[in-house]
Design a protein around this ligand. Structure first.
Ligand code: CA
Length: 230
């Protein structure tokens, strides 16, 4: 598989150099942008496979960059944030970012995220949008029949658990925030909905644990959930 073309958006020159040196070492192609404006221009002219986007940019909020890119493209966006920018990170995910890295991050972590993005891209390209079923490891969801099976055994899910599962499947590989999920499931996002979400997610996960695989649903504390592409 061809290595990805990565657009690196970061105003801090030393961090940017570290990232591009790592990418070069691993054979990735890349372009660099030090500002949000430059990022939007480069995203449209180079059409990268993935954007690595620092949230602390001098000229605009990271979420604004995402909203503008999302106006015409679904390219994967991985945001990079400092721990003090947790609220910005969640805003970025709500604006349509796919994943995040928290500074300071290791080179191994960065490479792992890019590989995960590559797997997700390969998966998205190979599965036709009209697919009426979804398969991930031992899990199979048949959208037409409204059923889910694990290793061939039917899962007995409540309607809300099933809706949650479908939402995670349709966004496999992507971190979904509490707000995003509760909006999709209940059409609103109050504190109480987020508390209910935790309960539903816990029971859904218990039902899925039979797989014996790595945990298929990851919890991102204070952020949300992700279904991992197995
Ligand atoms: Ca910065």
């Amino acid at each position: 598989m061809n290595k990805l073309f990565v657009l690196v958006v970061e105003d801090d020159k030393s961090v940017r150099n570290l990232i591009v040196t790592t990418l070069r070492t691993h054979g990735y192609r890349y372009a660099e942008a030090p500002t949000g404006e430059a990022a939007i221009v480069q995203a449209s002219s180079h059409n990268p496979d993935v954007i690595l986007l620092d949230l602390g940019l001098p000229d605009m909020e990271g979420a604004e960059v995402i909203r503008r890119v999302r106006g015409w493209s679904n390219m994967p966006i991985i945001v990079i944030s400092a721990r003090s920018e947790d609220a910005d990170k969640i805003a970025a995910l709500d604006a349509g970012a796919d994943d995040y890295l928290t500074k300071p991050f290791s080179v191994d972590e960065l490479m792992a995220r890019l590989r995960a993005t590559q797997r997700r891209l390969a998966y998205t390209v190979s599965s036709a949008p009209a697919d009426s079923s979804f398969v991930n490891g031992a899990l199979r969801v048949d959208y037409a029949a409204n059923t889910a099976t694990l290793g061939g055994e039917e899962l007995h899910l409540t309607p809300i658990e099933y809706k949650l599962l479908c939402l995670l499947c349709q966004n496999v590989g992507k971190v979904l925030t509490h707000t995003y999920i509760t909006q999709k499931i209940w059409g609103k996002s109050m504190e109480s909905d987020i508390a209910s979400l935790r309960v539903y997610m816990a029971t859904l996960r218990r039902k899925l644990e039979g797989a014996g695989d790595a945990q298929v649903i990851q919890t991102h504390i204070g952020v949300g959930y992700r279904m991992v592409k197995l």
